[in-house]
Design a protein around this ligand. Structure first.
Ligand code: PEP
Length: 256
């Protein structure tokens, strides 16, 4: 029997926003995303304010990053998973290619961040994806399996029951280039099979998002793919109508 997974759309605002801009964006979204799971990931300084504005709304909060080291202590500049839980965060993005590339985050640091989030009941959104050079060298499966297995090996496959995966080919992030729905589907299927080798039940249920220049005009075709369960959206999540169009495409793709 095929499992019907619900769709999820997460907007990653990255290092963008202000009180005024966030407030305008959120008031355009609230009340317009029914029928699909939606979360937004503002910069951490704005999480608490966004929480206030989202009170009573079904839109959930996601964090863009979390401290690997622990839940409190002498780690200047860091934000712990306990603090994220305290402000009402539901999802935590980890392993984003920008963090791997600009901040030197290794697979083992990503696994520590995963553990810290799960200790606080926050669902990690594990980003995996290959660079253009790796794709051209035929290493897509090798790269994404290394990134995912680094977590499974340390934390155990069962913990994926409370996690989300985002396949984000690095060459598609912020570039306007999107993987074709078929190419993305092939990697999503591969990731699901990789998990199924350890635990079939979790593989069938886990939500695997696609990320990389998802826009209003390509979302619907990506969402028709059987193993694509939604999107992690960067640029288009900053424009209310574009983000809403992606959320509506996700809702429209839900069968039955
Ligand atoms: C991202 O940063 O996770 C992302 C997918 O960005 P964009 O949609 O802008 O490519």
């Amino acid at each position: 029997m095929t499992v019907q997974r619900s769709k999820l759309v997460i907007g990653n605002w990255k290092m963008q926003g202000s009180f005024a801009a966030n407030s305008a964006l959120l008031s355009s979204l609230v009340g317009k995303t029914q029928g699909v799971n939606v979360a937004i990931a503002p910069p951490s300084v704005y999480l608490a304010e966004a929480r206030q504005q989202l009170t009573g709304s079904s839109i959930q909060l996601a964090a863009q990053n979390v401290a690997a080291e622990g839940q409190k202590g002498a780690y200047t500049g860091e934000t712990s998973a306990a603090m994220l839980a305290d402000v009402g965060v539901t999802y935590g993005i980890i392993g984003h290619s920008e963090r791997r590339q600009y901040y030197g985050e290794t697979d083992s640091v990503v696994a520590q961040k995963y553990l810290r989030l799960q200790e606080q009941g926050i669902k990690p959104v594990i980003c995996v994806g290959e660079s253009l050079a790796e794709r051209e060298a035929g290493q897509v499966e090798e790269v994404v399996s290394r990134q995912l297995m680094a977590i499974i090996d340390v934390c155990g496959v069962e913990t994926l029951a409370n996690a989300v995966i985002a396949y984000e080919p690095v060459w598609a992030i912020g570039t306007g280039k999107t993987a074709t729905p078929q190419d993305a589907q092939a990697v999503h299927r591969f990731l699901r099979q990789l998990i199924a080798a350890d635990n079939k039940n979790i593989a069938e249920k886990i939500c695997i998002l696609y990320g990389g220049s998802v826009k209003a005009d390509n979302a619907a075709s990506l969402f028709t793919m059987p193993d694509i369960d939604g999107a992690l959206v960067g640029g288009a999540s900053l424009v209310a109508n574009d983000f809403l169009a992606i959320c509506h495409a996700a809702k429209a793709s839900i069968v039955g």
